[in-house]
Design a protein around this ligand. Sequence first.
Ligand code: AHG
Ligand code: MN
Ligand code: MN
Length: 328
Amino acid sequence: MLSFELTFMDFLLEHQERHGRTYHFLILMNSILNAAKRIQHYYLTGALRGNLGLAGCVNVQGENAMKLDQIANEVVKYYLSRSGRVIYAVSEEEEDLVSMNPSGRYFVYFDPMDGSSNIPHNLPVGFLFGIAKRNLEGPEDGHLRAGNEYIAAGMFVIPTGTFTIALKEAGCWRFHIDETMNYVKPTRLELPADRKSWELSFNSAHREYFSSGVRDWIERNEKKYQFRYLGALAGDFHRILTNGGLFLYPAIVNHPDPKKNYPNGKLRLMYEAAVVSFMCQEAGGSAVDEKGQPILSIKPSHQHQRTALYLGSKELVEEIAEVLKKQS
Ligand code: AHG
Ligand code: MN
Ligand code: MN
């Protein structure tokens, strides 16, 4: 017997038709899929073509850019712009707002390659994106949107071949790449209630630099769960979405070299933290910042704004939020 799996595009067409939506979002998503497949190709052939190394320059975050950070950024910009549906994009790799089509309906926030330290090893990286919609009727509005205004957010784990997307109030779904380069077989994700599979995920080398409340919470809880850390938010969050638990990237406040402190956290709000928090919420979880406030309620004042991030199963996020609220 032949078997045929539902593709992501089948799934989305049906969803849009059921809700009487326009085709614009489909066109945008088609361009995002094209970009992801193209990045996947460059990643898989990176070692052969000499594309795994450093680009020889520093990006807007003051970090050494890798060739693949730049390739992925060019790929995403090309496809978003080609869709004709994006007015402005925000990229981790671009200091300024990227102007696209003046009549575009959407803002797209993206990290074209997340987890760059995995690149030289060909280990998992991510392409993360969040989408908000312009206020087409009212007065012109800006791109600095809180996560709770996103209409969709997703991530591709590359080269693993998974695509996870959350659609506003319609759940969080995972697809797997097949031999025809289609993402197929939608599975709805719900964080598991059973603590048996829960995991903690954070850079343990930094624990002494976290606030005392967070350090104490970790000490009280770390023996209860498995510990996993890949060093790429996309991959670490991928595990949490399936197994449950807590991903933490706390503020770094006690580093002996004050230049290495990140009092506002390291991760970027618009194209990292809000993207995964939106997905997590649609899967029944939640996320807060260093003050214990919901990540999705933060209205950014700058497109590259950073935030601390505590993300995952509701009970654990609520527990640590109490600690964070008390100490702030
Ligand atoms: P990017 O590669 O886009 O700069 O992001 C890397 C981020 C994120 O993916 C990951 O969770 C975190 O940096 C890891 O940081 P540490 O190396 O400090 O643990
Ligand atoms: Mn990143
Ligand atoms: Mn990146």
